[in-house]
Design a protein around this ligand. Sequence first.
Ligand code: GLN
Length: 552
Amino acid sequence: MTHTKFVFVTGGVVSSLGKGIVAASLGRLLKARGYTATVLKFDPYINVDPGTMNPYQHGEVFVTDDGAETDLDLGHYERFMDTNLSRLNNVTAGRIYQSVIAKERKGDYLGATVQVIPHVTDEIKARITEAAHATAPDVMICEVGGTVGDIEGLPFLEAIRQFRYDVGFKNTCMVHVTLLPYLKTSGELKTKPSQHSVNTLRSIGIQPDVLVCRTEQPVSKNEALKLAQFTNVDPEAVIQCRDQAILYEVPLALESEGLAIRVLEKLGMHDVAQKAPELTNWQALVDGLKRPAKTLRVAIAGKYTELSDAYLSVIEALKHGAAQHGAEVKIAWIDTEHCKNEQATEQELAGVCGLVIPGGFGYRGVEGKIQAIKYAREKKLPFLGLCMGLQCATIEYARHVAGLPLANSTEFEEETLHPVIALMDSQRKLTHKGGTMRLGLYPCHLSGGSLAQQAYGADVVMERHRHRFEFNNDYREALVQSGLVISGMSPDRQLVEIVELPQAVHPWFLATQFHPEFKSRPDRAHPLFASFMAAASANADLALTSTTAVVS
Ligand code: GLN
């Protein structure tokens, strides 16, 4: 780890500033210069991981290959930096305290009073070192969640202050992301909240080296100078970060503002003779996203329709899939509680060219999801089910095609007569909720000639999971007999991973027990999302020709 240098990213003024996007963009800009980089996100809340949190509190839970349930920023890091992260890359205060307390119980601190400083801060520093050791990158970016001034963030800020001291100032760079609010009435950008936020940081011994200022309006030279003077930051290192219409444009905007160069200078890594960063493909990606040939309206029918962050990776994967066909996607959020009958469902789904049922937990809205799937199946609307989406598609097929009208999942109705989705034995005995689902990468064997195999162009794939309930094998024969195709299975053929309909019956109807959305990349859409969007696009063209025919 001797060569690894460290960038710490903190946030000021308000939450939801896009610190994660800034950290991810910086990672991409370093990689574009040929450096290796990784990111560690600290979350100062007491939950051991976000796995047990309501999406309204936290947004999506992002799952890594090794089955860690992590903050959604890890999704940004993976997508922007095209890298696979692990449980080492997201650490919460809960996890820190859990291991400090476990060590205390074991007797590791025998004789000592266990305190925030040094025991908690040492544990935090050990996590930084551990994550850096794992891949020994040139640069490790470490983002501290929350806002400077939060009580719970203090141990993390103290730990990074010490860490900087331990590894040497020249090996670290402090980036503070802040907000410049714009007052419309006076037509001014206000710098005072940022000054206060930097003062708070400095009062705990951290002087930022770079300020990244989120702003709706351009920052004038005078405003930048004023900020620099009051915050003691080099004027050149006051970087503006304007809102961008396209998320993937942020790295390019920050590159033109000189973020990476300022950071590399601070780390003593900037080489003036260095070639320009390799961003040609990224630029092409953004150019394509800016000029889509068509717009595709795709429905997402989930429970958290007011909070798109709850389905962040699904939305991004749909965008990647659409971009692969030169299109953009507009999401139609379907409140499945409105899908009470066929007519209402038809109205809800009017004008969409595809339907996605994403992952979810609990019964609310499930009957509407089943109605929506029935509609998609009968009307040949392209359908992609993800995790709970597969479970609902199975219930729908059992009820309306396989002659099992009372079929259900035991998650929704414990004593159901036909539990087509049920708990595995291994899950039945569990009493703890946290971290006990089937999590992370598992292999899946695809059937020859299936839609899944065609889409992937492979026979075996590895995909990420996060669920407790499974397709019940007692009903496999009945469902297959009535026409459902099981096209993906675990290697021992015990677990159903993909169901689909034959292409002769439906142009694109497929559902997965896993979450393909976590592996999609902006310049390499996940094969299932690419294939689904191709079908949605064909469906949109078809709808267009039929309406044109009616009009003419
Ligand atoms: N609630 C379902 C289960 O636990 C589906 C989970 C999901 O969609 N991620 O199996």
